[in-house]
Write a protein that binds this ligand. Sequence first.
Ligand SMILES: [Fe+2]
Length: 305
Amino acid sequence: MVEILNTIKGFDISFHNKSQRIINISIKEDIIEKLIFPFNKFDIIALEYKPFTRFTLAKSLDDITQNKLGLFLQKIIKNRKTGCFILSVANVNKKITNDFLIKLSTAIGHLLGVPNHDAMSGKYYARFHVKHEDNSDSYLRKAYKNMDLHTDGTYVDEKTDWLIMSKLEEKNAEGGETSVLHLDDLENLDELLKDPVGKEDFLWGSPKSKNIDYKVKHPIFTEDENGMPSISYIDQFPEPQSMNQGNFLQKLSDSLEESSNKIITELPVGSMIVANNHFWLHGRKPFKENKSLCRELLRIRGKFN
Ligand SMILES: [Fe+2]
């Protein structure tokens, strides 16, 4: 697996200290300096209204790395053994504004493929806060609840091959760590795969805030082109239509939450976790109660091209 640790000038690349499935990529100051000018060419409105500008950002980033970065990131995300990286800015200073991080995340997304329309925000990306007070209808913003392991895009009719979660801001946060699990590390995966219920169609809906006015049907487990299992699952949105389906979901949920192979990691401000959505599950640990808690995240989900 060491062959994946290419060297790209201006980047520090290493394995995550808890798992060789996750690659840490740190962007050094000189690359950030080189990005300031091309990134200033477009403001956020331009990126939102003119989709081609997003590819222009991605190209500027790739050009700075002699076109090595895009291929390298795709290799990590498509490789079954890895499929996940954490990209961070080595020195988070005043230049690393929210706009800069939106642009960097946009560039990374367009080196991987094309983002999906995010119905919750009506844009190609979504920004959202997690705070002490919340009256939303999903676990996304419930600071003091565990957000169970899941994949994204379970209730939409678009393919979701990958996802990016970037941390824009964080104040007074204790707890709230990111948890992730590679499907192949789930202890009783073989047993779950043998159960035919996991391969039958389930009905998937979503609460109001997601702005999706239809339901979709698909199995939890499918096979990819190499015969490897893919998972599409979230605890809150399947609508089981039989005792068998209900029991299967409960068993899967227990297996995921009890797995001792989950990787719990902190994501510093200015960094993003990027994962293959077919064989990585993600979640979040609860925060410690604090009235001034504030975290802002940005997400982009998309497909390979
Ligand atoms: Fe998610």
